[in-house]
Design a protein around this ligand. Structure first.
Ligand SMILES: [Zn+2]
Length: 95
């Protein structure tokens, strides 16, 4: 998890985290997530709460993406809930 970004970085912080996460996963390591409001991690097993189904899942199954309700926020959801996210994004674009 990466947190405490300077405010001047704005949304480029998401690109930094994505680049690090890709590099980590290529090496078989844990993915990297933005330490934003809305990220809930259970200690000690480090599972991450899905925004939609509210289950705590392996961080490797978590997708981080833009919140359809607020482009400056991130949401975290499991890959099983990706369909829900895609539907929300589609509805958002139509309105
Ligand atoms: Zn879910």
């Amino acid at each position: 998890m990466i947190s405490e970004f300077g405010e001047e970085l704005g949304n480029s912080r998401f690109k930094i985290v994505k680049a690090l996460s890709n590099a980590f996963q290529e090496r078989g390591m844990m993915p990297c997530l933005t330490g934003d409001i809305g990220l809930k991690i259970k200690i000690p097993d480090l599972t991450v709460k899905c925004h939609f189904c509210e289950d705590y899942v392996d961080p490797k199954m978590i997708i981080e993406a833009m919140n359809p309700e607020d482009v400056n926020e991130r949401i975290f959801f499991c890959n099983a809930c990706e369909v829900i996210y895609n539907n929300r994004m589609r509805l958002k674009k139509e309105t």
